[in-house]
Design a binder for this molecule. Sequence first.
Ligand code: ADP
Ligand code: G6P
Length: 483
Amino acid sequence: MDKTIIISNRLPVQLQIDNGSITAIPSVGGLATGMKSVHSGGDSLWIGWSGLTDEEIPDGLAPEIDKALAKHGSSKVNLTSEEVDGFYYGFSNRTIWPLFHYFLEYSEFELQSWETYKAVNQKFADAILKEAGENDTIWVHDYQLMLVPQMVREKRPNISIGFFLHIPFPSYEIFRTMPWRKEVLMGLLGSDLIGFHTYDYERHFLSSVRRLLGLEVSFNDIYLEDRVIKVDSFPMGIDYKKFSDAAKKHDENKTGQRSELQRRLDMHKESDPEAKFFLSIDRLDYSKGIAKRLNAFEYFLTKYPQYKEKVRLIVLAVPSRSNVPQYQLLKKEIDELVGRINGEFSTVSWTPIWYFYRSMPFENLIDLYTSSDIAWLTPIRDGMNLVAKEYIATRTDKTGVLILSEMAGSANEMNEALLINPNNFEEIADTLYEAINMPKEEQQARNAILQKRLERYNVEKWANDFMTSLKNQKLIDHSYKSR
Ligand code: ADP
Ligand code: G6P
């Protein structure tokens, strides 16, 4: 039977080995959490990296690892620690990630890590070629694997290949600074369909193709000598039902077993029903604007001192890419900022910031979403930001306010949220004030619209739209070839 092969650097689970036993922990991040819902529903194989380097896998344990991954419909690409350094910590996260998020000054252009990126992309392409039948559909994901489509195309000229970028595609002026810009574009052009979260990213990409490769672009079609490639935007949704059902279950369970975290949250609510919880959830990443948010919170407490002892900011930051120096520096900066702000404002009965630096089980995420009056997300740049969508999906009584940076891809679809510029502290402080004082009816009216939209444009619809467009593109391409 024909199948879909999903290919991304991250698999839906990450493996860990403790005393010879293997544990699989769910991967964090928009790609893994979103695609997991798609993968669990269909006939697909997911190929990616297990999170362990070859050196970390003890002799004889490899078959067990394969079995553990097979349970999740996954199969691994083996990477040595040198490859992980050059490909993942190197070119992917020290060159492309900062560049595509407009942190030009963080971007490093090193020939060695580019060479490793190419070699590792070839490894992923070979893994696909080994598994793929002629009628299978290949769906390649994200910035770590931008050369894979062309590498597969060279060997299988007629196979159907889709590519989706989960991060922003930057403007031509930024993209052109990369020494290997043409190679990257050519790598992507091995696809039949290239998808982005927003129309802006799509436009930036088409402009780079036109200006750097001089190719014929008409609307959103790119014409090669023997093929036509479609470029389109597909804003990724969430598994709405999973989040809204979990929140309903959480509500119904008010008298039953509560998590330790939920009991603490309840205790604080009971001691002061007027108090408000602000929530922010992100991977610890400079693109998420966590440090700016903390500074803006300090500014808010200074500008509106009547809210001292009345508001609490919960900061949940998930450890991410901790071998990259910029992430280590950011961790230090956040630790210091939280310490300084708490030191400055805390009283015996009030700590303004609750800071958690860890991953949390799904149940605890639901505890936080459902207990928070205001979700406050301030990325400086973000391809989409699914956390914003997840928060809204868990608001069973439709109360709650979402404050969202206009630099997040999701802001395009969430106009009913309070949109802010993450660099404008004055505006942020006033928006927090507005959120605290927003009448319940207004909250519900805004969230009713958002919920309807998110329920309709869920992750399943996103995947179906992409796959349908890919199928259609193949037909168009066949007729183009037989002209
Ligand atoms: P990114 O993909 O850049 O990490 P997104 O907001 O799009 O940002 O996606 C983050 C995903 O990771 C969400 O689905 C969210 O539920 C999940 N997540 C974030 N923080 C945690 C955490 N502490 N524990 C578990 N999952 C988390
Ligand atoms: C973003 C990227 C994903 C990545 C995720 C987590 O969502 O678009 O490709 O998997 O962040 O980052 P990590 O480096 O841990 O895979």
